[in-house]
Design a protein around this ligand. Structure first.
Ligand code: KPL
Length: 301
């Protein structure tokens, strides 16, 4: 009998992963932030592979009942509060899989809910929400999952490997997260400030030069932080992502356009904290951090 997953964070990614699990008949329950209508939620996923409808059960996070397997796909700054909202339902052996942008939320989760040993994931799947329960799958990507410190794949992962395309257990998940962080540092803030699709960073010579300078800075910080493998050939990797996602709006640009808080604290913010810890300057990343932070909506807005 496959494990039963609860999914906290029912934005585009949470819904996409819910659809993958549901297609494989893996039992799941959505935990939407706002109560939904009575009865199952009808989720529609359009795009690659055609349109599919799923009838999915839901409950509020505050309900009772133990959770054995929890997938968290909220924004980075919501991960720790979201996990705390279901802490009364977690057991010592609950699997908690965190899949959000950036680095830093795992430490916050451990501080807020002591005793958890979260599993971490990162994905390059592309999806966005067209309506509350309607998601467009815009680009296929790979998903990497692993335990910090490295450990073999647990039994539940066999279901994920079968359900989620291009899904890998990663014995060096921190390195995978660092590489994604490095790529996001080079792309997301620039696209958010210039209001442009990712492809423009390759097409505009001035922006492309800024990307190269950012990559050089990020590489130095990565090497100092012991993440040399994560930043190997970073510039080439960044331009490959820019070309591969040319028509995409980065997640940070989407946040800015929607007037939402961005994940800059967990992306460039983590990079800058790492630079400071190693006595390095990072003026180009610092400038982007300051500019994005200056236009963030205030917490009480
Ligand atoms: O991860 C992304 C994001 O937008 O957050 C990239 C890879 C930049 C694709 O848009």
């Amino acid at each position: 009998m496959p494990a039963h997953w609860h999914i906290l964070g029912t934005g585009a990614m949470g819904c996409l992963f819910a659809s993958y699990l549901a297609r494989q008949r893996i039992p799941l329950t959505l935990l939407p932030r706002q109560p939904a209508e009575p009865g199952d939620i009808t989720l529609v996923v359009d795009g690659l592979g055609g349109g599919h409808r799923y009838q999915l059960p839901w409950e509020t996070a505050g309900s009772d009942g133990p959770i054995s397997h929890l997938l968290v796909t909220t924004k980075a700054y919501d991960v720790a509060p979201a996990v705390a909202s279901v802490a009364h339902r977690l057991r010592p052996d609950t699997v908690v899989l965190l899949m959000a942008n950036g680095i830093g939320f795992e430490r916050e989760v451990r501080a807020r809910v002591p005793g958890l040993a979260p599993t971490l994931g990162t994905t390059t799947e592309g999806a966005y929400r067209e309506a509350r329960w309607r998601v467009r799958h815009a680009g296929r990507g790979a998903t990497r999952i692993g335990l910090p410190g490295g450990a073999g794949a647990p039994a539940w992962f066999a279901n994920w490997r079968a359900a989620v395309p291009d899904c890998h257990w990663d014995m060096a998940i921190e390195q995978a997260l660092w590489r994604k962080l490095a790529i996001n540092c080079a792309i997301n803030p620039l696209t958010a400030l210039h209001g442009c699709a990712n492809g423009q960073l390759g097409a505009d010579p001035g922006l492309a030069a800024q990307v190269r300078a950012l990559c050089a800075e990020i590489e130095r910080i990565g090497i100092a932080a012991g993440q040399a493998s994560a930043v190997t050939d970073l510039e080439a990797a960044v331009f490959a992502v820019i070309a591969g996602t040319a028509d995409n709006q980065s997640s940070m640009l989407q946040d800015v356009r929607a007037g939402r808080r961005t994940e800059i604290d967990y992306i460039t913010g983590h990079l800058l904290a790492t630079a400071t810890a190693h006595g390095l300057d990072a003026p180009r990343n610092r400038e982007l951090m300051d500019k994005i932070t200056a236009q963030e909506p205030s917490a009480d807005a």
